[in-house]
Design a protein around this ligand. Structure first.
Ligand SMILES: [Zn+2]
Length: 383
């Protein structure tokens, strides 16, 4: 019965083409109505544009210590993907439900909405909250403003389950994701007189070499027993553009690089180290020749990861709910670290496989959905 309801709600949710570039208001209003009908107190928070919204809802009397069920309402685009059917019309075939967002992560949201009766019962002992955000797929923008709001409140939840597709396995860690674009402005000139110019490509290369040195330091900083793969914080130089010709001193270079930190301390370590190198070494040398030369860093996105902790009450709760006793670490980024950053315990466990996420013919199986329903149902039982 509950599975049939989940299937019907998932069909409705897939029908909203809530691609990150579009407004998500229609799907948020649909979810809000379901939650209100189920007895939840619902808040819809618009962003500055008025076109995007986060939803935060509460079952049970408002008090601290509640559990948040968290998901994102946006999906990745379908353009340039070869779908067998309309990605925004759910199709069922052999126990698999197809459609954009089926596993990432409308399946989890549908299971939550289909379980409001049992969750209401569970909320008698501990408040149950729902956090459904916008723009997760483009840098966790919605969750960043939502956690700020939660952190400022007197009544605060304590635990969070993020229902990203993990095939219902338990994960208590994910690396963060930080992306930077660095522009080097030099001074052009004839290549026969390199001392009269400032070669932006050369400074970009020295910056990159500093990143490579930091890589070795990050390996040395890696805590023993790290469960990430690879275990340490990684850096990637993704693109370098610059210069015009063989015989011209390059006046401009642009570097795109990213970091996948295993913890907040590594993230700060890399940022400080590279900023010091720029301020104390590169900039003084550039400006000794051309005062107008410079290095400008744009932060494209900076989302901290979920740092694995020995004590994690959210993980222990999901262990009890699912009967598992082992937690892993995932390579993909989630909103979990943002909740951890405001002092909550967070864990990742949801229906469907990341293998199917972001691809053509994305699907979730009915079996995965019923496992998720089982987890939510057991929230009402003593454990
Ligand atoms: Zn996702």
């Amino acid at each position: 019965m509950r599975l049939a309801t989940t299937r019907a709600i998932l069909g409705d949710l897939i029908g909203f083409p809530s691609v990150s570039s579009q407004s998500n208001l229609a799907i948020i209003h649909y979810i809000a109505e379901r939650l209100e009908t189920g007895g939840a107190q619902v808040e819809v928070m618009l962003d500055e544009s008025g076109q995007k919204a986060n939803l935060f809802a509460t079952l049970g009397a408002p008090r601290s210590g509640g559990l948040v069920l968290s998901g994102h309402s946006d999906v990745v685009p379908v353009s340039d993907q070869d779908w067998s059917n309309d990605p925004f019309v759910m199709r069922e075939d052999g126990g698999q439900l197809y459609g954009r967002g089926a596993c990432d992560m409308k399946g989890f949201i549908a299971a939550c909405l289909a379980s409001l009766d049992t969750l209401s019962a569970a909320a008698q002992t501990r408040p149950i909250h729902f956090a459904f955000t916008h723009d997760e797929e483009v840098g966790c923008l919605g969750a960043q403003s939502l956690v700020k709001l939660l952190a400022a409140r007197d009544v605060r939840p304590a635990l969070c389950i993020i229902g990203e597709p993990t095939s219902m396995q338990v994960y208590d860690g994910n690396k963060g994701c930080c992306e930077y674009t660095v522009c080097f402005e030099g001074l052009p000139g004839h290549s026969s007189a390199p001392d009269k110019g400032v070669n932006a490509v050369e400074y970009a290369v020295r910056y990159i070499n500093r990143l490579f040195d930091l890589r070795a330091e990050l390996v040395a900083r890696c805590p023993p027993g790290s469960r990430f793969d690879p275990p340490e914080t990684t850096l990637n130089v993704g693109a370098l553009h610059g210069g015009v010709s063989h015989n011209v001193i390059a006046s401009r270079a642009e570097l795109n690089w990213e970091m996948r930190p295993i913890n907040a301390a590594d993230m700060q370590f890399v940022k400080d180290a590279i900023a010091t190198y720029v301020a104390d070494t590169l900039l003084p040398e550039m400006r000794a020749i051309a005062p107008e030369a410079g290095i400008a860093t744009e932060t494209v996105g900076e989302v901290r990861g979920l740092e694995p902790m020995d004590d994690n009450a959210a993980r222990d709760l999901v262990f009890a709910l699912t009967g598992q006793n082992h937690a892993g670490c995932v390579a993909f980024n989630t909103e979990a670290g943002l909740f951890q950053a405001i002092g909550m315990d967070a864990v990742i466990c949801g229906p469907g496989s990341i293998e199917q996420a972001h691809k053509a013919d994305e699907f979730v199986t009915l079996d995965q959905l019923s496992q998720c329903l089982g987890m939510l149902e057991r929230l009402g039982e003593p454990h």
